[in-house]
Design a protein around this ligand. Structure first.
Ligand SMILES: [Zn+2]
Length: 283
């Protein structure tokens, strides 16, 4: 067993979460780093916030693996006085590489939405929006954004919300219901992270409840009016964006451990202790 290079880490990451599964608008892959540098330890986190990068420096991590990209929008400079440039400078000056798997990790089997729906005991969920390449690549790939599947027994929406509250990390914003908390549902759609662009697909899937994050006033009220004109479903459950996705990091760490070992590589994997949910108190 030996330590991998950054480029070998990238090979492992991209075998698990192929960049071809990423949405066209996304930014995924190695954002900062020397492919030839050696990696002894990897810090896993959801967001490349300054506190996470500072943690990587203190821990002596060689690579930060994130879900969210540092530079989703193109930057025109990495001037250290800018938000993104400052992060890039800190990373480079401490020999830390930065990699992220975002919508490719949402889309992949065992990805963000698979982990979220499995909290409700649903293990055989289908993609809500199958990946465009799936038809040619074979249906066994079963990749795509969001997931939809059936509960074993019909369950009240408020009981699903309570289960999510119990099984997700505790957050300031909690778990909220729009619609009828007493409605009994079987067919469940989920999208980890912000899923308010998928209401049409949720309705088409026959889902009776939709669990996602970052639901804003107008999309939520319009989705409820649309639902009420068609019998009331889907009900909506809104969870913390951070919580909905951070649960995936445990699965990712297990998959990474196995993948590195299978290649005869050893690397220390460590979860960030920084909670990057921005909301800290509510009154
Ligand atoms: Zn997200």
């Amino acid at each position: 067993m030996r330590y991998p290079k950054v480029s070998e880490c990238v090979d492992v990451f991209e075998a698990l979460w192929p960049p071809a599964l990423a949405e066209s608008w996304d930014s995924v892959g190695l954002a900062v780093g020397d492919p030839d540098a050696q990696v002894r330890s990897i810090l896993l986190a959801l967001d490349p916030m300054d506190a996470v990068i500072a943690e990587a420096v203190v821990l002596g991590a060689d690579l930060v693996f994130n879900h969210h990209p540092l530079m989703l929008k193109p930057v025109k400079s990495v001037n250290a006085a800018t938000l993104k440039g400052g992060a890039v400078h800190t990373l480079i000056s401490n020999d830390i590489a930065l990699f992220n798997a975002h919508t490719n990790a949402d889309s992949a089997r065992g990805g963000v939405s698979d982990v979220l729906i499995s909290l409700l005991g649903i293990e055989d969920a289908e993609p809500l929006v199958p990946h465009a390449h799936q038809a040619t690549a074979g249906s066994e790939l079963n990749t795509g954004i969001g997931r939809v599947g059936n509960l074993e027994t019909p369950t009240a929406v408020r009981d699903l919300a309570r289960t999510l509250s119990d099984r997700l990390p505790r957050t300031t914003t909690g778990v909220r219901i729009a619609g009828d908390p007493a409605a009994t549902v079987t067919r469940v759609a989920v999208c980890g992270g912000a899923g308010d662009s998928l209401f049409d697909e949720v309705r088409a899937s026959g889902a009776e409840v939709y669990i996602t994050a970052d639901l804003r006033h107008h999309p939520a009220t319009e989705a409820r009016d649309t639902a009420n004109r068609h019998g009331g479903n889907p009900q909506l459950i809104d969870v913390s964006h951070w919580a909905s996705e951070t649960v995936w990091l445990d699965t990712a760490a297990r998959e990474l451990e196995a993948a590195f070992t299978a290649r005869g590589l050893t690397v220390a994997l460590q979860h960030s202790a920084v909670n990057t949910d921005p909301w800290v108190e509510r009154y």
